[in-house]
Ligand binder design. Sequence first.
Ligand SMILES: [Mn+2]
Length: 475
Amino acid sequence: MDSRLSVVFFRSVYPLALSPDSVAMPPQVQSQNQRGPRVLQGDISALSPAVREFVEANVTLCQPESLHICDGSDEENLTILTQLQEQGMIKKLAKYENCWLARTDPRDVARVESKTVIVTQNQRDTVPTPTDGGVSQLGRWMSQEEFDKAMSERFPGCMKGRTMYVIPYSMGPVGSPLSKIGVELTDSPYVVASMRVMTRMGKAVLTALGSGDFVRCLHSVGCPLPLKKPLVNNWPCNPEQTLVAHIPDRRQIISFGSGYGGNSLLGKKCFALRIASRIAKEEGWLAEHMLILGITNPAGQKKYMAAAFPSACGKTNLAMLCPTLPGWKVECVGDDIAWMKFDSQGNLRAINPENGFFGVAPGTSAKTNPNAMATIVKNTVFTNVAETSDGGVYWEGMDQTLPEGVTITSWKNKPWTPEDGEPCAHPNSRFCTPAGQCPIIDPQWESPEGVPIEAIIFGGRRPEGEQQLNGKLES
Ligand SMILES: [Mn+2]
């Protein structure tokens, strides 16, 4: 018997009596196809022992029908997109090149901080203890016991009837000393297509990983087949049981119930900010919510700077700024996350760990961000934006007059006019687009040693009103 396959048995097909250790069966009956999930792509035996153990343990837990180890190729991407199209999860946008529109279940449209937890031994390691005995606004802590219970209520059999995709991915250029590797297991092909844009993903990453360590990411939409309830917009999710958990001690991210954005593309917020902050603390560097840009003055002197703002504040627009001062040039390294470390000369250097922009669509226009508008016309996955009848996209603040006779369908898939009184695109609708396509992407944006940072700008969003630039300051 091939012991390598012994963990990959499939309980829903084989009764417990036929578990691998119990009965001596002829080898042909114990083949992988019969015991484990059908392997659609890739070779489990070619994985490093640690990756393999991670995959096999979660196959046993989640019981997917099939397994697909992502290689990151164009052919694979086409297969995934075609499959998503057949499942009615995305549709092709005729006006652009290889662009797609996804409409989610309206209950699954944003990251859910209220269902996002960090699991540490002591609460103090996750959030400061509020002096007034109240609940900290800076994050949510969960005990290991509580998490184990939550996990056991959600994950057993959660991928039944679905394919588990194995996504090896690098945050940062593959092989850079500043980069880190993760492996995400997911039952969502939308996540696979999006991770291919947002990270460097596939075969090259497994090669770079070798037998090294990686961040373990497990994601399920939480809708095993057959479905218990019909889907909304063909978008599987499980809002009642959504939970996004981080276990920094174990370098684990475990996400259940949401297919959307940062809840499911685990390389971004979960890894590149939360888990990376912990790794950075231990290793002596910084993982920050900052854009990175380069500014060249008319004399040709170039400086790089980072800027920190919360989500949906206009970081993407600032990162792709078009200077109005004559002779000045701005180039973009990243629009959301910076990993920074002092080099051997004592210079602070930064990389953008991401490979794409997952930008908020509303408010993006030829006026506010012409570079983003030029970036998103190919190879882009749009989510929850509105659609025009000539196969284009639309949102609030796009500032574009539509050709005569062209109509708009809202993110809720209903005919829409400005008189409707509600937005045509969801306020958190997004474009997911390759960074390399940005017309002002910095020539050094994939430099393995990062770019030198000479200034850091800090800012925040005011709930209302204008910033008072002069006048009396209250102390
Ligand atoms: Mn962000």
